[in-house]
Design a protein around this ligand. Sequence first.
Ligand code: ADE
Length: 225
Amino acid sequence: MRIDILTIHPELLKSPFEHSILQRAIDKKIVEIRLHDIRTYSTDKHKKVDDYQFGGGAGMVMCIQPIADCIDQLKSERNYDAVVYMTPDGERLDQSIANHYSTFENIIILCGHYKGVDQRIRDHYITHELSIGDFVLTGGELAAALFCDSIIRLIPGVISDETSALTDSFQDNLLAPPVYTRPAEYNNWKVPEILLSGNFPKIEEWRHEKAIERTKKRRPDLLDS
Ligand code: ADE
């Protein structure tokens, strides 16, 4: 998978891909991340990327030209499965959306700022709009990093134990059950006996029960859907 991210703050997006599982996915060439500084595409002599809103109102709007030129350039080089705009008024990201995107070959992600981007970019270039939740961030970069993390970890070969991504919370509309590791007793707090029993069918049954119990308590809405 190749992901091209358009941003006015490329530095903000370096670190998330330089550690742990995402770094390893890049090293293994399972995924390639390209950061594009929108400002470098601006034809304005001051490299301006935003301007006042037509009709008045507070807040600047990101201009069409540098974004359009960057996307046109990328699209002339390869086909893209999606051109995603990260925005609080987009469709709410969830596990099923992450599963869907994890099968794509090439994705462009546009990070918004200020009051957002000129609507004509959304009308003519963007194929999907995604929000990471009902709150507003200072820009789309952290949302883009989070979205990339959620999809990259699902690509086969990224997480070494393939079953582990399948047993995540939300994969069956259930939250994950509690997990424990050594020591079996700490401060008199004991690990549930069943997990030490070696009876794997019973352990699976216990985990499923706990997953349902936890979901009922914390996210009953998931059980309705
Ligand atoms: N940009 C600002 N806030 C955002 C959010 N909640 N989701 C996606 N992109 C955003």
